[in-house]
Design a protein around this ligand. Structure first.
Ligand SMILES: NC(=O)c1ccc[n+]([C@@H]2O[C@H](COP(=O)([O-])OP(=O)(O)OC[C@H]3O[C@@H](n4cnc5c(N)ncnc54)[C@H](O)[C@@H]3O)[C@@H](O)[C@H]2O)c1
Length: 343
């Protein structure tokens, strides 16, 4: 089987490629990534067989590039798994247009190619954030209305609606998996776990948004990779599958766990002005994917400790990916503007 997988130089994409090459035989992957600030080929350097092998090929390019997608589709692919997206809620607040371009128009481009080239299956990686905020005891199932609360989640919700339209109008075979907050190695250090870990190591304060009681359901990235593959291979066309771990943890509690793991001082935690439109809690009901045969295996505390230790022991990776980001003048100004005022 030959698949186009997009967004593979990012966090979940690189973990997915590693997972698939380790666990699935007779699979050839064409990796596509436009190498935005959060995407870097170093995330793929240690995949089995290396970046260029008979099982894996990397192409630097965008899902928005119709000619490029057509060219890839012409060589014959059996499916598309789309992870390419801009993913940081805070950045979406400043640059919502970038999110519409990549997360919505890019998806539409892939959907139209799926129809034109009769590609057998399209899988979209979506998020629990499309349902908006709730309480852990009131999780949303897949039939819940879409009520996105920020400019990132609204772009993801829009993409999900385009998929429904493409199934209906073009008759493509498509499925969606909506995951909760992932954690694990290779996540760009603007997201809370690697960001706070880095700051604790550097002895800097942890800028915790608002009261810190907001809750997220933390899902270990390898568990999500298994969910993605299960939905791609066994999911029913047109269906949506939630994948959550049931590890609801407040941001304050998470910060304390990180401080404790690195044996630092709880005084590093500093409450700062809240994020605009900060959703209180995301929660999903995952019964449907569990019926398909999935359940998360990871113990949250064990994997969180391993993840923190990974970032601590991979400072070279952290420095390298951050250097690339600050090499871009736009990103440098973003870091200045966004993070300086928090400390
Ligand atoms: N991280 C999470 O907790 C989480 C949870 C649920 C769903 N998701 C979804 O999973 C996917 C991957 O998330 P992630 O956390 O790995 O994000 P990430 O930001 O680490 O990686 C995204 C990758 O997409 C690439 N990209 C962006 N625009 C592109 C384009 N136009 N063409 C090609 N590549 C492009 C980037 O260069 C980057 O490598 C996203 O679709 C995200 O919405 C993430």
């Amino acid at each position: 089987m030959k698949l186009l997988i997009t967004g593979t130089a990012g966090f979940i994409g690189s973990n997915l490629v590693r997972y698939l090459l380790n666990h699935v035989d007779d699979l050839q992957i064409i990796s596509l990534d436009s190498l935005e600030y959060a995407g870097d080929k170093i995330n793929l350097e240690n995949i089995p067989g290396g970046i260029e092998s008979d099982r894996h090929r990397f192409i630097h390019g965008s899902i928005c590039d119709t000619n490029l997608i057509d060219e890839i589709a012409t060589e014959g692919i059996d499916g598309i798994i789309n992870l390419a997206a801009h993913t940081h809620v805070d950045r979406a607040y400043y640059h919502p247009g970038v999110f519409i371009k990549n997360n919505v128009e890019g998806v539409l481009n892939l959907l139209r190619a799926t129809a034109r080239f009769d590609i057998k299956r399209y899988l979209q990686i979506s998020t629990d954030e499309v349902y908006g905020s709730t309480q852990p005891e009131h999780p949303f199932d897949e039939k819940a209305p879409l009520r996105p609360g920020n400019y990132y989640s609204s772009s993801k919700a829009a993409a999900d609606l385009y998929i429904a339209a493409a199934i209906n109008t073009d008759g493509i075979d498509a499925v969606i998996v909506r995951g909760t907050n992932n954690f694990g190695p290779y996540q760009f250090p603007e997201k809370v776990i690697p960001f706070f870990t880095r700051r604790i190591i550097d002895g800097e304060t942890l800028p915790l948004y608002g009261h810190g009681q907001q809750m997220r359901d933390w899902l270990y990235v390898e568990d999500f990779c298994r969910a993605i593959w299960l939905v791609f291979t066994r999911g029913v066309c047109g269906e949506i599958y939630n994948a959550g771990a049931g590890n609801h943890t407040s941001n304050l509690e998470l910060s304390k766990k990180l401080v404790k793991t690195l044996d630092a001082d709880y005084g590093l935690i500093k409450h700062v002005a809240d994020r605009p439109g900060h959703d209180f809690c995301y929660a999903v009901n995952s019964d449907k994917i569990r019926k398909l045969g999935w359940r998360p295996d990871a113990d949250f505390d064990t994997k969180l400790t391993e993840t923190v230790i990974w970032y601590r022991d991979n400072q070279e990776w952290v420095n390298s990916i951050m250097t690339k980001s600050s090499a871009d003048p736009d990103d440098e100004s973003f870091f200045e503007k966004h993070y300086r005022h928090r400390t």
